[in-house]
Design a protein around this ligand. Structure first.
Ligand code: SF4
Length: 318
């Protein structure tokens, strides 16, 4: 059985690692951009970002003063047993987030949206969020924490089937001109696109695509993978470099996720995840051993399944 104490200790350490240690895929992407950048100011900023990554680890301090809004993703094996159930799991995550806010420390950014009441611990109504998914034939619990602010770089548009790929490209370019020219999503960024579903589903998918896949990863659907590469080339051909400066590109990667949608529409959402690319994951096994890793492994074949059945689960007779 996975205990509350293990979940609490894991959530605490995830917050600490995410705040301080930018994952290797993001560090290497920024390094590659630095090496190929030809414009002086953009190259200088990229060099300072790399230095910022290094100093944060050396001094064990958060990589950005704005530590965003901690949010959790929990993927549960279908056979996982959690002591006290999901209520205890969320209790452990909330308590660990409050402790992490005081101890790391991370900035207590969460306030009530109207009264601006600040509980000084990043905990409140729907805070931190915990999103769930499930996996067959497993007893483990995967926990991922993401520190992302969400003030800028997010957008939604209802497109129609006839808008097609050109409509998606137009939306990407509009989001770049909206956020890049003012340096408002702190580029370089990973761009996530959620296409299809309903408005809420495509916004969720865009955020997951930006935050929960490693840089360089391609969608297993070849058509979607080609779109990811095309959008990345397009986005990096605008003349924008990092932080609104002229340069050779400010996109580390483009990740696209799709959901079946209403036949009359093609809703789409875009999310930018900045160079303070704070995510960390861990697997807790049934014996309470913990393995920390940088790849969230959120988008599994089961999570992206498109049929009624899956492996041993039979489809009903026609
Ligand atoms: S967008 Fe990213 S880099 Fe910019 S202030 Fe927010 S967390 Fe820091």
């Amino acid at each position: 059985m996975i205990t509350k104490e293990t979940i609490h200790a894991t959530a605490l350490e995830l917050n600490r690692l995410a705040a301080i240690q930018i994952p290797a895929d993001a560090r290497e992407a920024v390094q590659r951009m630095y090496e190929r950048e030809t414009k002086t100011l953009s190259k200088y900023v990229l060099g300072q970002i790399l230095e910022n990554y290094r100093v944060a680890v050396k001094e064990q301090r958060p990589m950005c003063a704005d530590t965003g809004l901690p949010r959790f993703y929990a993927k549960l094996g279908n056979d996982a047993v959690v002591e006290g159930g999901m209520v205890a799991l969320e209790g452990a995550i909330r308590h660990a987030t409050a402790v992490a806010t005081a101890d790391i420390p991370i900035r207590p950014n969460r306030v009530h949206p109207l009264s601006r009441r600040d509980q000084n611990n990043n905990v409140g109504i729907h805070s931190p969020t915990v999103d769930y998914s499930f996996e067959p034939d497993a007893e483990w619990l995967d926990l991922t924490v993401v520190h992302k602010g969400g003030l800028f770089g997010g957008d939604y548009r209802m497109l129609f089937p006839a808008d097609g790929i050109p409509g998606l490209k137009r939306f990407l370019l509009d989001s770049i001109s909206e956020f890049f020219r003012r340096g408002m999503s702190c580029q370089p960024v990973v761009v996530g696109l959620g296409i299809g579903g309903t408005k809420d589903v495509c916004v969720r998918l865009a955020k997951e695509a930006a935050c929960l896949r490693i840089i360089g990863d391609r969608n297993p659907d070849p058509e979607v993978a080609i779109l990811e590469a095309e959008l990345m080339d397009l986005g990096n051909s605008t003349g924008f470099g990092v932080m609104g400066l002229p340069g050779s590109g400010a996109i580390m990667d483009v990740h696209v996720e799709v959901a079946y949608t209403h036949t009359g529409g093609m809703p789409v959402s875009i999310q930018h995840f900045c160079f303070a690319h704070r995510r960390m994951s861990a697997r807790i096994e049934a014996d309470n051993s913990i393995d920390f890793r940088e790849d969230p492994r959120w988008f599994t074949p089961f999570y992206r399944r498109d049929s009624i059945g899956y492996d041993g689960i039979e489809e009903p007779a026609a």
